[in-house]
Design a protein around this ligand. Sequence first.
Ligand code: FPP
Length: 237
Amino acid sequence: MNIQHIAIIMDGNGRWAAQRKRPRTWGHKAGVKAVKSALQACVKANIGHLTLFAFSSENWRRPEAEVSRLMTLFLSSLEKETPELTQQGVAIRFIGDVSAFSDKLQAKMAEVSALEPERQQLTLNVAVNYGGRWDIVQAAKQLIIDHQQGSVNLDDISEDLFHSYTCLAQQPAIDLLIRTGGEQRISNFLLWQCAYTELFFIDTLWPDFDEKVLQSVLDAYQQRERRFGQTSEQLNA
Ligand code: FPP
């Protein structure tokens, strides 16, 4: 099974905590543990790229106290977990408009992004203040600048060229997208990148995500036929 890149919308932390009569932040903390098991499971399954939706451009609309605790949790998780992850061969990168975060958090993200593990096993892309439409618009803006400066001709603009301006352009295409927590929508995640991605919506709440859950999705993926617009007969010929 050749899976190179998985993306996950980690949903259900709040409900997981509510089921235990605990505050939502408790669910987010448990969510960090689930991130660690997902990473371990991907390394074990030989999957080289994992992209996680940690904070969407719409998540700012949450109560101020929850947003502030999430920021503290991001910072403390990066401080605490990065050394071990780097040692295990995980390179951590960020996608999204990070300029909205505090200087301290931005500095930490820059420091973590610069780390190169000795034996790289997995690239973890953390999507923060990310939106799929934002990604497409920032790509368009950059392309227009290059056109105005003369390095891109109108006739050269193709899907491939446009793709090269979007986030994750240097990484393999996303084979499958998993959303935990039972909702069946993309919520403005990787809109451009998921054109041919297989989608899996599962009821498991994010803090309960582990190797077993990942394996059940990988088994289901194997049953799917990726046709990329062709017919079944063509693929089997
Ligand atoms: C969605 O659950 C989860 C989030 C908005 C935050 C995700 C953050 C983490 C898993 C922790 C930090 C991650 C990293 C990479 C350091 P929800 O709150 O929408 O749950 P609900 O739908 O049950 O309310």
